[in-house]
Design a protein around this ligand. Structure first.
Ligand code: HEC
Ligand code: HEC
Ligand code: HEC
Ligand code: HEC
Ligand code: HEC
Ligand code: HEC
Ligand code: HEC
Ligand code: HEC
Length: 582
């Protein structure tokens, strides 16, 4: 992984100069590292360098106000009446013959697990994770079969039930996350493959806390040569060696944090993502506001040979993108990512973007104001996003030029529709890939993965798309014979139908999402309803969402019980298929 990273990064640097000329109005700078003298006193990475967002807010009231409304600020919170969104009113959630009860007592939040009438475990909720689509809970066991002293009574771990904010219901994690929970819900012996009543023993601060909270950057730096190399945002080279890291650790007496993937939660600057996650420790700036602007690169005397120059850093794509890359790279090695490098599941926007077309110059901030919360995924195209494309690709600015290029009315198909297709599984919607691509790329059409053209033209075949790309754009796309198995001998099966029947689950769910947005959705209901019987819990959940979107109403449990027993569900699916076929 480290190797790939270095390659990508250096390639980006090498092409930066050339690319800039095609991108009027943007500034760049030489990327010479190291400025030992100037860095000899400055530090913005140690615990004592951080001041917390309230201090910043004293002078930057607007940024502070908008950040408070941004999901970054509420990504992780301590559980209390302002943060908890799940239903803890004492509700009982039945699943696979057992029961979980979510209740509140004296301002504390609890989950009890029952087998019949016997209570097996009680957890006390400490933290919340998420506030937009799904809220997870981090808890400590207070009662259970394990002997006293067991880590479950001490460590904070994630509950395996989550509150789906979109569906307004409790669900086992296996209904919400495809990558971690592939395969059938039940094993051949009818036991659960992923039993949510069995506690997750992996501590929260080993897995999740590092991308959801604010802590001194030196802790990230300690992981620079580990499998979490990307945590640092910036690559280790040039200039940083294992010896550099060792010196940093020695200076602070932090050896223990070098040998573990855990994060010390008592070092959090804030629970949740605050100013200094992106701006680094701001004490020097806060105390000398007029003379010392904050630096956009991590700085410390021992890192002088590594850190990129801070002058003009704010303008440089590789610096700004590195800030976001610290966290927006989740799932980059996941099995279900697409063959072109797009994410199977959201949260790896940075990785996607750096493998896409405009990577050498584009910045996250070209489209996102990082202090201002955006609408939920799936919302209509935003003006500033479309504007970003033509700010750089100026030759496509006028309506005529854009339509001459796209061969569609601009209100029918936008730049984003063809170049950032909705193929990434979000929590409720299918998000746009952040890998800016062209539909003519070999790795897209020739692999049979969902392509931008057929995501709208679901009733047309791959052969139709191949021919249209040739006639419209003069592009030569050849379809390999391996695709015949699923797309027909002459690739003439309507692509949407071939995708719905595809052996790969994520192809099916992305197709369901496309039908849910399409006028063709209703005609496909009988086929989509079959997916409600899928053996995988997540796939069923996605089919249910699709059907409800097409019908524009909820199906009650009496019509379809998402988490119900297999036999009962079989009957319900049969009835639904019949009803939709009429
Ligand atoms: C005492 C007041 C004060 C405090 C506290 C303060 N700032 Fe500033 N900040 C300023 C002033 C003054 C500027 C100069 C630019 C301007 O006109 O806003 C500035 C500029 C900045 C800039 C722009 C730098 C650039 O290169 O253009 C950033 C980013 C920033 N502050 C972030 C922060 C963060 C993060 C914190 C908290 C860690 C913080 N500030 C705390 C007063 C303050
Ligand atoms: C490598 C960084 C990283 C790690 C590790 C990580 N996440 Fe995230 N997580 C993200 C990013 C980035 C997003 C935002 C994704 C988006 O909106 O596209 C996110 C979003 C979420 C959300 C949705 C929040 C909402 O408001 O709906 C939840 C829930 C979540 N993560 C839970 C977890 C849990 C639980 C773990 C540990 C098992 C974890 N994450 C580990 C980066 C990470
Ligand atoms: C998710 C990352 C992130 C967080 C969190 C964040 N910032 Fe920023 N901030 C940036 C980036 C990136 C820029 C540069 C944007 C640009 O140049 O277009 C910036 C620019 C600024 C600026 C200068 C431009 C302006 O908007 O006036 C100030 C001041 C600032 N931030 C203050 C803050 C404060 C105060 C907080 C916390 C309340 C904060 N930021 C939180 C990433 C962040
Ligand atoms: C410390 C980790 C971290 C850093 C650094 C970070 N993000 Fe995030 N970001 C997250 C997580 C986690 C979420 C999910 C919040 C949620 O859904 O509740 C998120 C959500 C978002 C969202 C969706 C929320 C919305 O309302 O639009 C955008 C856009 C975003 N981040 C952009 C950025 C950009 C741009 C940067 C760099 C300037 C950045 N982030 C830096 C972790 C991070
Ligand atoms: C900051 C400037 C910038 C922005 C914003 C930008 N691009 Fe690009 N894009 C470029 C540059 C420069 C290239 C040339 C390749 C390179 O150097 O990375 C490019 C390449 C491309 C290519 C590939 C060209 C090829 O022949 O392979 C496509 C397609 C593309 N951009 C589409 C878009 C779309 C669509 C958007 C908006 C979603 C967009 N770009 C936003 C600068 C940008
Ligand atoms: C209906 C689909 C469609 C839409 C809409 C569309 N494009 Fe394209 N675009 C394509 C295809 C197909 C290609 C590949 C052509 C090739 O490979 O020769 C392409 C190629 C490109 C390229 C690289 C080649 C070139 O012409 O410079 C850029 C840049 C680009 N598009 C930008 C944009 C921008 C900006 C928009 C919005 C104004 C846009 N596209 C809208 C389909 C579309
Ligand atoms: C060319 C414009 C563009 C650039 C550059 C861009 N984004 Fe986005 N981003 C979008 C669009 C469009 C959406 C809305 C996606 C949707 O509706 O699914 C979005 C949505 C998101 C979301 C929210 C998904 C959600 O769950 O709400 C996150 C997180 C995000 N972007 C992070 C980033 C990060 C990090 C970068 C830099 C690596 C980045 N974006 C660069 C256009 C852009
Ligand atoms: C966002 C949805 C969308 C995307 C993406 C899209 N199209 Fe279309 N396309 C339409 C619609 C709607 C029409 C019919 C209305 C019109 O003419 O504008 C159409 C019309 C056409 C037509 C002419 C009418 C026909 O059916 O014979 C062709 C050919 C075509 N598209 C090919 C493509 C190709 C190739 C791509 C990918 C490069 C593509 N489209 C991407 C929505 C889309």
């Amino acid at each position: 992984m480290r190797l790939t990273y270095i390659t990508i990064y250096c390639a980006a640097l090498a092409t930066a100069a050339a690319a800039l000329s095609s991108c009027a109005g943007r500034t760049g700078s030489q990327n010479t590292y190291a400025n030992a003298e100037e860095n000899s006193h400055y530090s913005n990475v140690r615990p004592e360098d951080y001041v917390g967002p309230q201090v910043c807010g004293k002078c930057h009231a607007n940024n502070y106000k908008s950040w408070r409304r941004h999901p970054h600020s509420s990504m992780n919170m301590l559980a209390d009446r302002n943060s908890v969104l799940g239903d803890f009113s004492g509700v009982s959630v039945e699943y696979a013959g057992r029961r979980a009860v979510f209740r509140k007592e004296d301002g504390n939040y609890f989950a009890d697990y029952y087998d019949g009438e016997a209570k097996e475990r009680t957890f006390r909720v400490i933290r919340t994770v998420g506030s937009r689509y799904e809220q997870d809970y981090v808890a400590v066991q207070v009662e259970g079969p394990e002997a006293p002293g067991h880590p479950l009574y001490v460590e904070e771990t994630r509950l395996r039930f989550a509150w789906s904010i979109v569906a307004k219901r409790w669900l086992p994690q296996s209904y919400l996350e495809p990558t971690e929970y592939p395969g059938s819900e039940y094993l051949d012996d009818r036991s659960l493959r992923y039993d949510p009543f069995v506690p997750d023993e992996l501590p929260f601060n080993e897995r999740c806390s590092r991308c959801h909270n604010t802590y001194p950057y030196d802790l990230r730096f300690y992981k620079i040569f580990s499998e979490f190399g990307r945590l640092s945002g910036f690559p280790p080279f040039p200039g940083a060696t294992p010896q550099t890291v060792q010196k940093m650790v020695n200076e602070a007496g932090d050896e223990q944090w070098l040998n573990t993937v855990r994060f010390p939660m008592d070092r959090f600057v804030t629970v949740g993502i605050s100013c200094e996650s992106c701006h680094f420790g701001g004490r020097i700036h806060a105390e000398n506001a007029r003379t010392q602007p904050p630096r956009f690169v991590p700085t410390h005397p021992l890192l002088a040979n590594w850190t990129p120059p801070h002058e003009g850093a704010r303008e440089r794509a590789e610096v700004v993108n590195a800030l976001c890359l610290q966290c927006h790279h989740s799932g980059e090695t996941a099995q279900d990512n697409w063959p072109d490098g797009s994410a199977g599941v959201n949260s790896m926007e940075s990785t996607e973007m750096e493998s896409g077309a405009c990577a050498s110059v584009i910045k996250c901030t070209d489209c996102h104001d990082t202090h201002v919360s955006g609408p939920p995924a799936g919302a209509p195209d935003r003006k500033e996003h479309l504007q970003a494309c033509i700010d750089c690709h100026q030759e496509k600015t006028s309506r005529d030029a854009a339509e001459a290029h796209s061969l569609h009315d601009i209100d029918t198909a936008s730049c984003l529709d063809c170049h950032m297709p909705r193929i990434v599984q979000g929590f409720e919607t299918y998000n746009r890939s952040h890998r800016i691509s062209t539909p003519t790329e070999r790795r897209i059409v020739a692999t049979g993965m969902p392509n931008a053209c057929n995501l709208c033209h679901l009733d047309e075949s791959l052969a139709w798309t191949r021919d249209a790309l040739n006639e419209g754009w003069g592009a030569q796309v050849s379809l390999p014979t391996g695709l015949r198995t699923h797309f027909g001998d002459d690739y003439s099966i309507p692509a949407g139908e071939a995708w719905l029947a595809h052996p790969q689950a994520s192809v099916r769910t992305v197709a369901v999402g496309a039908y849910a947005r399409s006028e063709l959705g209703e005609s496909m209901l009988p086929v989509i309803a079959q997916g409600l019987g899928d053996e995988n819990a997540y796939v069923r959940m996605r089919h249910l969402q699709g059907i409800e979107a097409i019908l524009d109403r909820r199906l009650g449990d009496g019509v379809y019980d998402l988490t119900g027993g297999v036999a009962e569900r079989g009957v319900q699916v049969g009835e639904l298929v019949e009803r939709f076929s009429k």
